[in-house]
Structures are given as C-alpha cells and as structure tokens.
Design a protein around this ligand. Structure first.
Ligand SMILES: [Zn+2]
Length: 89
C-alpha cells in the first residue's frame, strides 16, 4: 500500500505493498519482535495461507504500520519527558 497526501491535507491510501515510514532501527526492532511472536505455519511464507496475523499485518496493513511508528515515537517522547520531570502540554 502506498500513500500520498491529498490536496486537502488528508492522507489517501492506495492498494499495494505497505511502505515503511520509520527508521531502519525501528524496522529492525519490529521485525525482531514479529519473528519472536510468529505463528506462521511451516512452509506458508510467502503464500497467503498459514500466514500469522503479525506477518499479514506487515504485508498488508499500511495504517497499522504507520500507527506502530507513531505510537513508538509518542511512547519514547513521553518516557523522555517523564525522566526529565516535565509534563506534556
Ligand atoms: Zn508469521
């Protein structure tokens, strides 16, 4: 799935393989976590049947991938601010 910014400022999603909009480190961490939680049936990859939910998400769900990047960055920011004793405005 690819995306573009619509003229009105909204994001429009188009069919196709998802694109990663995070950093290489974020990608490495996600793939490591996916591998450790994978329940794909043996021999299923790259076929559609027997693919576990997390690998299906990685292959098909642009919004979920974007949400993971967003959530990770917010969590890191909140953690940093908490450690500094600041409050979030
Ligand atoms: Zn899997």
């Amino acid at each position: 799935m690819t995306m573009r910014v619509a003229e009105e400022g909204g994001v429009v999603y188009h069919p196709g393989p998802p694109s990663w909009h995070g950093t290489q480190q974020e990608s490495d961490d996600l793939l490591r976590i996916a591998a450790s939680n994978c329940t794909c049936q043996e021999g299923a990859w790259p076929g559609a049947t027997g693919v576990c939910d997390i690998h299906r998400m990685l292959r098909e769900d642009q919004r979920a991938l974007d949400g993971l990047v967003f959530a990770r960055r917010i969590a890191e920011r909140l953690s940093r601010e908490e450690q500094l004793g600041q409050t979030v405005a």
